[in-house]
Design a binder for this molecule. Sequence first.
Ligand code: IPM
Ligand code: MN
Length: 360
Amino acid sequence: KNYFKLAVLPGDGIGPEVINESIKILDAISESFGYQFEYSYGLMGAEAIYKTGNPLPDETLKICKESDAVLFGAIGDPAFDNNPDAKVRPEQGLLRLRKELGLFANIRPLKTYPSLIEKSPLKREIIEGTDIQIFRELVSGIYFGEKYTDEEGQYAYDNCKYSREEIIPIVHMAFREAQKRRKKLTLVDKANVLDTSRLWRKICQEISAEYPDVTLDFMFVDNAAMQLILNPKQFDVIVTENMFGDIISDEASVIGGSIGLLPSASIGESNALFEPIHGSYPQAKGKGIANPIASILSTAMMLDYLHLEHAAHKLKESVEHAIENKYVTVDLNADLHYSTSEVGSFIADYIRYSEKSYYN
Ligand code: IPM
Ligand code: MN
């Protein structure tokens, strides 16, 4: 197959800027490798609320359901963050899309780049060589449980609920990934307090019998938050519930030096969505300073998902080339830095140039 329908949702804040660079890259990939990508743009988030009143318009959902994969930028707007009474919120669009597409596994890879080690606030000897895959459950738990605020605003609750069926698939996925890597899987939970965590533990223990070559261990989330900073190299694959995964993946992003580098893939039975883990970064909107690499590496994860491994490999190599040559945005080099679109063009040109010289 070399024709793919892609849904493109730029979203809010710096989303449109970083997505532009991903499209630039895909154009270079399509020229160099002969694939065809058809892009259908959709509104989501605060943008969509302003234009339609709905954070996930039906038209957007339709585009996504008909696509081979979804590329997504970012979501969020301070106008809503500062107003706890807002009934319609940008984030609802993303949460509903995850649910509608059944994107149960959010995969967040983390590694260090040799030339960026000094950018991390953590010490070289602690982080050098870190290579972690976080598998975060994405369509259940406290994010999707029953929620309520009483009329007088005196109390509120959010229910955290997990069923066996919701836990099993992502645990298998994480075990299979560990098998391909250093064969260690850590469940991050709070089993000393939460029933849902005890269910996760039980299921992980049962499933581990099918993966005798993988060592399974357990870590409480508070301790994991500390261990990620003290000794990140102890981790190989981490599997965890929705909210713990949200929190520890932002925390872990400091290991790589910039949250602007980290991609993610959200995978379901029959669709998948790819997004940078950084948010909408409203302070940077329109300034051309946002790091496009997280979005570009998310695009590489999409190429892998579409079984275009050769192109994905070339793209990752091109990103590394840009980083090693310090062709980066201001978050990674305060002295000599390039704009969002300069970094994107540099990577796109490298793909075109190196593929050509390879074939000629
Ligand atoms: C993320 C984001 C989202 C989440 C928000 C925007 C709803 O923080 O993808 O990590 O909490 O899942
Ligand atoms: Mn998050």
